[in-house]
Design a protein around this ligand. Structure first.
Ligand SMILES: Nc1ncnc2c1ncn2[C@@H]1O[C@H](COP(=O)(O)OP(=O)(O)OP(=O)(O)O)[C@@H](O)[C@H]1O
Ligand SMILES: [Mg+2]
Length: 451
């Protein structure tokens, strides 16, 4: 992958050659245009999309500002960096007013160009990421239904909807792929804040500096490369909900800053001297055991208590296998529709294999398995043959060798298996085994079964 595809528009052949040389040496894709007309013609045609445009505003054939206006009409999101000759700063100012992202004054050293480029491309990436997250989360619960049949999930779901109404912060925990993001969206969409934005920040994906400026925003010139002021998510999500994903991966420095916001409802944009106040509900998610992180000194206890006003724990799919069938049919329906396929049935045998799997990747893994199955299925029915091998080649049941096997050893084995399945959750295991919790405790002690 190239770091970016750059369009350069300048009437000076020498500048084009120079820029092409230094940019391609860094792996950028480059297309050059010697006139505004050529540039606009290219933008009107299909082809590889530019990530950035470097444009001279003083060209003999066209008024640079008019060209810029047209570029902004065709590609409102494309960052444009204006190149001006020394002493024509007015052009640059006019260009910035027209929506250019930044400007450089000729003759510019390489470093300057790469600095500006890096910034503009980073901004693109963040914009895209945010758009993707908003798109994902923006869908209400109606278009992104939450499917379940198990009583265990019903409990969690009811809790989530019940607390949605309050303003309390919610901490959603659970293994990867259990539906934390989906529940976070449901909390927002069932809350009085539903008309306000639900924004999302993935705390594991960004460096501290970016995380901080994403959260708090910054003023122009707050740090090297902060060429314009930017609103932070805390401000943009005002009156709404901020979803802090993978909150367990936040560094101690950011944790301290976030704690201050959660406590005082005030924050300081980077480079600002006066704090602003926020009205935000925080919904955080993590697949880490935060209490263990606290013991290890990696997560602040005070922040934990602030975020964890209402804990919502999503059980792994293997502890609610009744949900497998309705989820599998839900995904079948979705992918069949999307791929325009008339598949409507999952064979008994295939369903059996799905229900016997332990789903370490939880619902996301099931979703992927169903997508693959729909792609591979030729008829109307999903057969075991289109499921991944690991699902259909379960370790063979030891053939019943009845001789010399006591009832007791079968019992011990079975209790062990159920305990392992539930993660040594005794009341749940007792329920599955159909015995009382007390009886189970007695058997565990008697047989010396260890966790
Ligand atoms: N109960 C459910 N009904 C329908 N779809 C679900 C359900 N649970 C999860 N999914 C789907 O499974 C996928 C994973 O869910 P989600 O992204 O919410 O998990 P997560 O817990 O946030 O995972 P991670 O920790 O890896 O970020 C998503 O595509 C989501 O739509
Ligand atoms: Mg997630």
């Amino acid at each position: 992958m190239t770091p970016g595809h750059v369009f350069i528009c300048d009437d000076e052949e020498e500048i084009l050659r120079y820029l092409r040389k230094i940019l391609t040496s860094q792996g950028y894709g480059v297309e050059t245009f010697s006139s505004g007309t050529a540039l606009l013609q290219r933008l009107a045609k299909p082809g590889e999309e530019p990530d950035l445009l470097l444009q001279d505003v003083r060209m003999p054939d066209s008024d640079g500002i008019t060209v810029l206006k047209e570029v902004k009409r065709l590609r409102p999101e494309l960052p444009v960096v204006i190149m001006t000759a020394f002493g024509t700063i007015d052009d640059a100012v006019a260009a910035i007013r027209m929506g250019a992202y930044d400007y450089v004054t000729k003759p510019f050293p390489k470093e300057k160009i790469f600095g500006v480029l890096g910034n503009a491309l980073e901004r693109n990436r963040l914009l895209e990421e945010n758009r993707a997250l908003r798109g994902e989360l923006g869908r209400g619960p109606t278009t992104s239904p939450i499917i379940f049949r198990s009583a265990r999930f019903r409990e969690v779901y009811d809790l989530a909807l019940q607390v949605a109404d309050s303003d309390a912060n919610v901490l959603i925990s659970g293994e990867s792929g259990t539906g934390k993001e989906l529940i976070a969206a449901a909390v927002h969409h069932h809350s009085p804040r539903r008309e306000r934005p639900l924004l999302s920040l993935n705390c594991a994906a960004l460096t501290d500096t970016l995380l901080e400026s994403q959260l708090f925003g910054h003023l122009r010139g707050a740090f090297t490369g902060a060429l314009t002021s930017r609103k932070g998510l805390l401000e943009e999500a005002g009156g709404g909900t901020l979803f802090l994903d993978e909150v367990g991966d936040m560094s101690p420095a950011i944790q301290a800053k976030l704690l201050r916001v959660v406590q005082t409802r005030e924050f300081l944009p980077v480079g600002a001297t006066r704090s602003s106040s926020v009205d935000i509900r925080f919904v955080a998610a993590t697949n880490k055991d935060l209490e263990a992180e606290i013991r290890e000194g990696r997560f602040r206890e005070d922040l934990y208590y602030r975020l964890n006003v209402i804990p919502v724990h999503l059980p792994p799919l293997r502890e609610r296998l009744e949900d497998v069938a309705p989820l599998a049919y839900h995904f079948l329906d979705r992918f069949a529709r999307r791929m325009n396929r008339g598949i409507t049935v999952i064979s008994q045998e295939a369903l059996g294999a799905l229900e016997a799997h332990a789903w370490p990747g939880n619902v996301r893994e099931l979703e992927n398995v169903m997508e693959r199955a729909v792609i591979l299925t030729r008829g109307e029915e999903i057969e075991p043959g289109v499921l991944p091998l690991k699902l259909t080649t379960a370790p063979p049941e030891p053939v019943a060798t009845c001789d010399g096997v006591s009832l007791e050893s079968v019992e011990i084995d079975h209790i062990r298996r159920v305990l392992a399945r539930t993660g040594f959750h005794k009341s749940r295991s007792a329920e599955i085994l159909g015995i009382s919790r007390k009886t189970l405790d007695r058997k565990i002690a008697e047989y010396g079964i260890q966790e």
